[in-house]
Design a protein. Structure first.
Length: 305
């Protein structure tokens, strides 16, 4: 039995058709049917009930399908790890969301370069979902994002919970009143500028869930492409937006930043790596991140790789 047999079987199981599976695999149908038949003969059980249309898996086929997926997943992980190990000596590829880049990531990278001056760092702006795919495919070695996705091959560490603040135009009543804090309910009838529009899910969905969790509704919101577009529109007086506190230095002459009253409106900073990847480069990257946190006086929970 070879991995290709598993891939062929999974394709047939998911497409419920030899013809569709063959098209998906870019092979002709007769050889595919023969490969599946050989697989069944080798195992000694029938995996696919061919009397049904669409095709249906037998009970043994269902069991085999579940475990075939796991094996293929591990195979893909091994491939990504091998690619990563092949680049170990001179490259570290980092995925990030824009709000992390505007925050402390530049300081983390600068500190990392002090330790590994000869390591080439490649940066990729990817949302949290794209980072997951990048880790699985071997495109990146580590991701810094703000959303949590479930994937058995990826380990996600919440480095810290960062407070969110409201960005308002300097001429907005909330700014003129000299408010030292706001509540989420104060924003239900404001025009919120939420970002990014794509790909989804994104920080837009995270913010809307903050309202839902408190039985509130954002009655008016506009989706914009990127964070800096949202802040530009705030500066122009077109609405309000919600950003991580470390971004308060952006457009500070045109925008007023107001913290939330209870201090519990936060966004996680998530570091994602492949399970079982315990390279020294990643350990160093995590350690220098904590060094920056200590220097900035941030609260955090220490993790280990």
């Amino acid at each position: 039995m070879e991995l290709r047999h598993l891939r062929y079987f999974v394709a047939v199981a998911e497409e419920k058709s030899f013809n569709k599976a063959a098209a998906r695999l870019y092979i002709s149908q007769p050889p595919l049917s023969r490969q599946i038949k050989q697989l069944e003969e080798e195992i000694g059980v029938t995996l696919i009930d061919r009397e049904n249309r669409p095709l249906k898996l037998t009970e043994a086929g269902e069991f085999f399908y579940d475990h075939a997926l796991q094996i293929l997943k591990k195979s893909d992980d091994f491939r990504a790890m091998t690619i990563r190990k092949g680049n170990f000596d001179n490259t570290l590829s980092i995925g990030f969301v824009s709000s992390i880049l505007y925050g402390i990531l530049p300081k983390v990278i600068a500190r990392f370069r002090e330790v590994y001056p000869n390591v080439e760092i490649k940066l990729y702006e990817l949302n949290s979902w794209q980072q997951t795919q990048g880790l699985v495919d071997g495109k990146i070695d580590v991701g810094f994002g703000r959303l949590l996705f479930e994937d058995a091959s990826i380990r996600r560490m919440v480095l810290r919970e960062e407070s969110l603040v409201v960005a308002v135009p300097v001429g907005h009543p909330l700014a003129k009143e000299g408010r030292t804090s706001v509540r989420l309910m104060d924003l239900t009838n404001e025009n919120l500028l939420l970002y990014p529009t794509a790909p989804r899910p994104s920080f837009i969905d995270y913010v809307l869930e903050l309202f839902d969790a408190r039985n509130l509704k954002a009655n008016y919101f506009t989706e914009v492409r990127e964070l800096h577009v949202a802040l530009g529109l705030v500066a122009a007086g077109e609405g309000l937006t919600i950003v991580p506190k470390t971004l308060e230095h952006l457009r500070s002459q045109e925008v007023t930043y107001i913290p939330f009253e209870d201090g519990l409106i936060t966004s996680p900073i998530v570091m994602s790596v492949r399970h079982f990847d315990k390279s020294e480069l990643l350990k160093t990257l995590l350690n220098v991140t904590y060094q920056i946190y200590d220097a900035e006086g941030f609260d955090y929970k220490r993790e280990k790789i």
